[in-house]
Ligand binder design. Structure first.
Ligand code: ADP
Length: 456
């Protein structure tokens, strides 16, 4: 920008200088022309007075010297023949009756004409006067001082002036650029101030200020987000450690009693069963943690391809797998679909996991004689999988939080029924991966209805 600006200012200076130069020459040239003519006329009048007084022959006897190398006197008879000429012998000159200044003088007493002399390659001005009481015409000619001739004569001072102008233009361009650029250079992009800047740049600076504020706000938000994520991660680690520690402590305790011989032979299988159950709980927990971390890191999506999944078949399969469990709890489980097949694009085992977790919860948090109803249907542009139960329900204040990791309404009940507190977190992540949404409706002691809306 700086060099561009310098270039533009330099060009502008040069244009102004050259135009001023041209105009001055033009004015000067017309002034010179007028002065030349008036000087010539004065000369012609003086000389005509002399000729009138002394007779034209006077000039023949007078040797004109020092008259200036470019002034020529000619005396012409009324018929146009040259009687006398100060430069060329009169008899060598042709008849002058066709000369305009001669004709004008003959008619009006005075006449002038400018001519380009091919023999001299110069422009000459001629002034002719007819003395009042004489029959002759006196003509004075002079070379015209054109501005070009003067310029040529003044070539070296002119070159010096042009050189000076160029230097001046360069300096002007340089310092003007510096002055113009100063407020722009002083602008601190980190901390812009619109007070000392040009009006034209104010919108730009204000935009900069606005963007800086936005960046700061976003950075603050990011930091906040980062802090939140950090807190969640720390909480998760603490929760995981705690969740793992409980079964490990039990396993360690049971093993210790057996090792120290405090358990009777007949009770060993009971203790081994406890150890087995705690180990199973840990396996389930670790599996859920792994699943969740794979979902969060995005590796799940990379490892599992999206394909066409028939939701009716998936739900029917889940019902089959949960039937025995449901029977043990005294809960009936049914599956109903309006169509034989309803397909969506998705990750098959993740969709299975999502629906399984919700159906499993509907059985786990139910009462004897309760039901679980699965329904699959199309709803406008979406596909709905609805899992309704008439179990214990979820208190209103807990409904938003049950999708958080390790959040359980009733911790001991959840543990009793083999819950890890991670099932609904997996559901939430899995649904987001399918751009699907969850709607939860629940009433304590009445039941829960979970609706999964998949894009059709
Ligand atoms: P969990 O492994 O404990 O079941 P989830 O994340 O699957 O963990 O569920 C979180 C909590 O939400 C459960 O502990 C339970 O308190 C509550 N919950 C989930 N589904 C139901 C339901 N159908 N009826 C009543 N409570 C439920």
């Amino acid at each position: 920008m700086r060099s561009q600006l310098t270039k533009h200012i330099f060009t502008a200076c040069m244009i102004v200088f050259l135009m001023s130069f041209g105009l001055i020459f033009y004015v000067w040239n017309s002034y010179l022309a007028r002065r030349n003519l008036s000087e010539l006329r004065d000369k012609a009048l003086y000389l005509s007075a002399i000729a009138e007084h002394n007779g034209w022959e006077f000039f023949q006897n007078v040797h004109i010297s020092g008259q200036g190398e470019n002034t020529r006197i000619t005396i012409i008879a009324p018929d146009g023949s040259v009687l006398y000429d100060s430069v060329v012998p009169a008899q060598e000159l042709p008849n002058h009756s066709d000369r305009i200044e001669f004709q004008q003088a003959l008619r009006d007493g005075q006449g002038s004409c400018e001519r380009y002399s091919e023999s001299l390659l110069k422009k000459t001005i001629n002034y002719a006067v007819k003395p009042e009481h004489s029959e002759i015409i006196l003509r004075v000619s002079a070379e015209k001082d054109t501005v070009w001739i003067l310029l040529f004569r003044m070539l070296s001072p002119m070159a010096a002036i042009v050189f000076f102008m160029i230097i001046l233009s360069v300096l002007l361009a340089f310092f003007s650029t510096k002055t113009i650029m100063k407020p722009i250079n002083q602008l601190d992009p980190e901390n812009p101030d619109d007070r000392n800047i040009y009006d034209e740049m104010k919108p730009f600076v204000r935009r900069l200020i606005f963007q800086n504020q936005q960046i700061h706000r976003q950075m603050d938000q990011l930091q906040e987000e980062h802090k939140k994520q950090d807190a969640i991660r720390r909480e998760f680690t603490a929760n995981v450690s705690h969740e793992l520690k409980t079964p490990l402590t039990s396993i360690s305790g049971f093993a210790e009693i057996i090792r120290d011989g405090y358990v009777q032979e007949k009770d060993i299988s009971h203790f081994a069963d406890n150890i087995y159950k705690e180990a199973q709980r840990m396996i389930v927990l670790v599996n859920d943690i792994l699943k969740l971390s794979r979902l969060e890191s995005g590796s799940f999506e990379i490892q599992n391809k999206r394909e066409e999944v028939d939701l009716c078949a998936v739900c029917a399969g889940i019902r089959e797998r949960l039937l025995l469990n449901a029977k043990r709890q005294g809960v009936s489980i049914s599956c109903y679909s309006e169509e034989a097949e309803i397909r969506i694009m998705g990750i098959a085992n993740l969709i299975d996991e999502i629906i399984y977790n919700i159906c499993d919860n509907a059985i786990k948090y139910n009462q004897t004689g309760g039901f679980v109803r699965i329904r699959i249907c199309r709803e406008q542009s979406e596909i709905l999988v609805e899992i309704a139960d008439n179990g214990i329900g979820i208190p209103e204040q807990d409904q938003e939080r049950i999708f958080e990791r390790f959040y359980r309404v009733n911790k001991s009940h959840s543990k009793e029924v083999g819950g890890t507190g991670l099932g609904l977190s997996i559901v939430k992540h899995g649904m987001a991966m399918h751009h699907a949404r969850i709607v939860l409706e629940s009433k304590e002691q009445e039941g829960t209805c979970v609706r999964l809306y998949f894009p059709g």
